[in-house]
Design a protein around this ligand. Structure first.
Ligand code: NAD
Length: 256
């Protein structure tokens, strides 16, 4: 499709399903040298073939690395696996979850698990990638998956929105910390994207039709459309872009 990611080694977390899967496949389509597919589970939640199989069919080197991003040792092992391909150039910290009982009264158990995956896991992924990029002298790109829920609040997703707001500020703060090493850090804030998470998340699933009607483009987003945005942020086409939260939402936040 293009050579935007030529010679780049890409890691995507939460890449078995949904948006992460689309990002990993987009990276392969746009010329990545290798794509490391990581997830807590290998098979897509929505059904279908493993992501690595799709990438192999495109003739791009790939490998599945099982990792729970909330466990620092798993993430360190994942990034270490990139060394076999020459080290990571683009880290996409995409893995994220919702809480079934989210809202003002979210349970302590759900809250802690959500923060462990959405905040701790995102930070561990960025840290491990930055450490390897610095050791290899690479001016890499780190992309953190936020959400429109991290830019505007919502009573039905108190924990989720809080975590994603944290991801937006994590991207800005890491951009400042890592900029002197030439490492860029940005967040992507998707609107309503048609994935398993959207269809099954408590509160969000019911609200999706309302969001669609209010979205200027009058449709839900496709996971591939987030893939395209991430390819741009990962590529040298965005070489002077760091510390932003790129809204990919069909215009929803422009009018909400
Ligand atoms: P999804 O549920 O379809 O896919 C998420 C993937 O992450 C799954 O494959 C799951 O196994 C994996 N995962 C879950 N916990 C993990 C862990 N601890 N370690 C590693 N992998 C783990 O969800 P999605 O819609 O593709 O969401 C992907 C990202 O995009 C999330 O961060 C989500 O918050 C964000 N997002 C989604 C939407 C949307 O509308 N779908 C909107 C805004 C932001």
């Amino acid at each position: 499709m293009s050579n935007l990611l030529q010679d780049k080694v890409v890691i995507v977390t939460g890449a078995a399903s949904g948006i992460g899967r689309a990002i990993a496949i987009s990276a392969a389509r746009h010329g990545a040298k290798a794509v490391l597919v990581s997830d807590i589970a290998e098979l897509p939640r929505e059904g279908g073939t493993p992501t690595t199989q799709e990438i192999e069919a495109l003739g791009v080197a790939t490998r599945f690395v099982q990792a729970d991003v909330s466990r620092k040792a798993d993430v360190d092992r994942l990034v270490e696996a990139a060394a076999a391909f020459g080290g990571v150039d683009v880290m996409v910290a995409n893995a994220g979850i919702t809480a079934r009982d989210d809202g003002a009264d979210v349970s302590e158990e759900s809250y802690r698990r959500l923060m462990a995956v959405n905040l701790d896991g995102t930070l561990f992924s960025a840290q491990a990638a930055a450490r390897q990029m610095k050791a290899n002298g690479k001016a890499g790109s780190i992309v953190l998956m936020a959400s429109m829920g991290g830019i505007v609040g919502a009573g039905m997703t108190v924990a989720y929105s809080t975590s994603k707001g944290g991801v937006v500020l994590m991207a800005k703060s890491l951009a400042d910390a890592l900029g002197p090493d030439g490492i860029r850090v940005n967040a992507v804030a998707p609107g309503t994207i048609d994935t398993h998470l959207l269809r099954t998340a408590a509160g969000i699933a019911d609200a999706a039709e309302g969001f669609r009607q209010r979205t200027p483009l009058r449709r839900l987003g496709k996971p591939e459309e987030i893939g395209d945005a991430v390819v741009w942020l990962g590529s040298d086409m965005s070489s002077y872009v760091t510390g932003i939260a790129l809204q990919v939402d069909g215009g929803l936040l422009a009018v909400i």
